[in-house]
Design a protein around this ligand. Structure first.
Ligand SMILES: [Zn+2]
Ligand SMILES: [Zn+2]
Length: 353
């Protein structure tokens, strides 16, 4: 499908502008029906699990699922995201193994592919090369991008992203090699057996509640960052990027909702201007791991750099820094530490803890 042949319609579906009549090609080529059917089944089972928990009055199972989902979510937020995608800090072998196992339980693709897509998202944000380009609509950026074939630009520009650091990490490559064996065992069999022994439910109800419902809810929490945190909220650090800062998404997604800051300083391990237990749980966890020597070389933007950037490119919503509006140019985006477009002077301005 040539890039020139397409334009966008609502919900991010791609239509063939040059097609002579109502194009059946749209349904034959662009929608990945296998994924659509899988998502429908997953949501149907989740609704069934909710009804079961409601009827049987089992709130403790629901809350256990939430706690379990948040715990394994650290493999995504602290692991696949801040450590492996952005190289915002370094982690010792034991911590990397734990994060890899948690990320496998969370089942959002292997670390290698997750990082490739995420670096592409940062580097080519809000363009056709962005896998979940928010300009194609809320639904597309939330879940629709997983139901459609990738835009050709995503594949083409994605190949330009350097992944050599991941290829030299044995933890990442081990998971990539054995993902299809590890994932079903860790993501579904393990929580099913766990819930069976803790709550005494049979395997089926353990599977639909702590297996599937927990998984689907955690997916929506992650997708919110691509949709809600690219649509609603303020842009105090750069008004030219679609990513926004939002307290609600930050609390739900363990500190990943300070997304405007994160797109401006993707190499900052805090992924936010501030840390904190309640609004940036992932940052708090990395800080604790640093205290016991498992996390090190934490990179963060100094208050002075943040202030200067807010004054130059912010939308004026920063509560403490008055904006001067000196700079209206769009900045070159980087995917994180070691991006080829990150200059030595940029690196010198960072604080390394
Ligand atoms: Zn990111
Ligand atoms: Zn984003």
């Amino acid at each position: 499908m040539a890039t020139a042949d397409i334009s966008h319609i609502s919900f991010g579906l791609i239509k063939h502008a040059n097609a002579p009549s109502k194009s059946k090609k749209l349904f034959l080529t662009d929608i990945v029906w296998r994924n659509v059917i899988i998502f429908v089944i997953l949501h149907w089972i989740s609704a069934y699990a909710c009804i079961y928990l409601w009827k049987e009055r089992r709130p403790e199972v629901y809350f256990f699922g939430q706690l379990f989902g948040t715990t394994v979510g650290m493999g995504v937020t602290a692991g696949a995201h801040r450590l492996w995608s952005h190289r915002a800090y370094k982690a010792r072998f034991p911590m990397r193994v734990v994060l890899m196992i948690l990320q496998t339980i969370a089942f959002q693709n292997c670390i290698y592919e997750w990082c490739r897509d995420h670096r592409t998202h940062h580097k080519f944000s809000d363009t056709d090369a962005d896998p979940h380009n928010s300009k194609r609509g809320f639904f597309f950026s939330h879940i629709g991008w997983l139901m459609l074939r990738k835009h050709p630009d995503v594949k083409e520009k994605g190949k330009q992203i350097d992944l050599s650091d991941l290829e030299t990490d044995p933890v990442v490559m081990f998971q990539k090699k054995y993902y299809l064996i590890m994932m079903p065992l860790l993501a579904f069999a393990f929580p099913t057996v766990l819930a069976h022994y803790i709550f005494g439910m049979n395997y089926w109800y353990s599977f639909v509640t702590v297996g599937v419902l927990r998984y689907v809810m955690s997916l929506h929490y992650t997708w919110m960052i691509n949709s809600v945190a690219h649509t609603f909220g303020n842009r105090p650090f750069d008004e030219k990027v679609s990513a926004t800062d939002s307290l609600t998404t930050s609390i739900i997604a363990c500190g990943e909702g300070w997304h405007n800051y994160h797109h401006v300083f993707p190499w900052d391990y805090k992924a936010a201007e501030l840390g904190g237990f309640s609004t940036n749980f992932t940052c708090w966890l990395i800080d604790q791991c640093a205290k016991i020597g498992q996390a090190y070389d934490l990179k963060t933007a100094s208050a002075e750099i943040v202030k200067r950037r807010v004054q130059r490119t912010g939308d004026g919503s920063h509560p403490d820094i008055k904006q001067k509006k000196e700079d209206s140019e769009k900045h070159t985006m980087v995917w994180g530490w070691e991006d080829k477009d990150m200059t030595e002077s940029d690196k010198k301005l960072a604080t390394r803890l």
